[in-house]
Ligand binder design. Structure first.
Ligand code: OAD
Length: 236
């Protein structure tokens, strides 16, 4: 009988999409250098000045429309040939989906979606012709729309599922995150003891000594990771 594919669980952050031309948050020139995070990405900020928050995410959508998946996204999709790949992403872009990855869990929401404030189960995907929303935008029932983004000060609804995924990993990989935002950064703690952990980042945060750090950008780093994983697979 054919062996089951090992479960490869990958947690990605803004650095994953940097080579696609999408700004990270905390690098030099990153989004939080030019925008006050508490004004544009917090629940209080949205209550104070919803127009500014809509404007901020409208601009992000226009940037996303110009971007394409990079070699790193594509190489993660290719790993599905050998592994049962689960991607947990802090990114709100849809580049993993556009690269073809089949299991993608968004921790911080999705840029191309909006939801009804009065009925949060009503979630809509925007099309390319209608990227811009304002505080006056409504659905056909008159509900007001907001970005389908997890603002700071809000709960992270997908964290429990992400913890389950981290906990069932046979191999765990972190790519392109500064590991400062919780609870996403805590996922590493739910990986079972003895499971190999890799961290791809050109400027990695401090991590435990058991984590194998690949100090490279996402495209080069995923290529190196693929070589290591495939070699290990052959020697299993
Ligand atoms: P950060 O901007 O905090 O960190 C980006 C990371 O990407 C850094 O560790 C960089 O070294 C790394 N990086 C830069 N270029 C890279 C490349 N080419 N390849 C790989 N890595 C590269 O972004 P996140 O950790 O994702 O949340 O930020 C977490 C959350 O903070 C975001 O989801 C967002 C933000 O506030 C919300 O808005 C809710």
């Amino acid at each position: 009988m054919e062996n089951k594919k090992p479960r490869l669980v990958i947690s990605t952050g803004a650095g994953m999409s940097a080579e696609s031309g999408i700004s990270t948050f905390r690098d030099a020139g990153g989004l939080w250098e030019n925008h006050d995070v508490m004004e544009v990405a917090s629940a209080d900020g949205f209550a104070r000045n919803p127009a500014l928050v809509h404007q901020f995410y409208n601009a992000r959508r226009h940037d996303l429309l110009k971007a394409n998946p990079n070699q790193g996204h594509i190489a993660l999709k290719d790993l599905e040939k050998y592994f049962d790949v689960y991607i947990i992403t802090q990114n709100v872009d849809d580049l993993h989906e556009r690269a073809g990855s089949s299991k993608v869990l968004h921790l911080h929401g999705e840029l191309m979606k909006v939801r009804a404030i009065e009925d949060p189960d009503k979630i809509y995907t925007l099309d390319e012709e209608h990227l811009d929303t304002t505080p006056d935008s409504t659905d056909s029932e008159g509900n007001h729309l907001r970005p389908h983004i997890v603002f700071f000060q809000e709960a992270v609804p997908n964290i429990e599922r992400a913890i389950e995924w981290a906990n069932m990993a046979d191999i765990f990989v972190v790519i392109g995150t500064s590991l400062v935002v919780y609870p996403a950064a805590s996922l590493l703690h739910f990986v079972r003891p003895g499971v190999p952990v890799f961290y791809i980042d050109p400027n990695p945060a401090a991590v435990d000594s058991n984590v194998k750090v690949i100090r490279k950008g996402a495209s080069e780093g995923v290529a190196e990771l693929t070589d290591i994983l495939l070699k290990n697979l052959q020697t299993r």
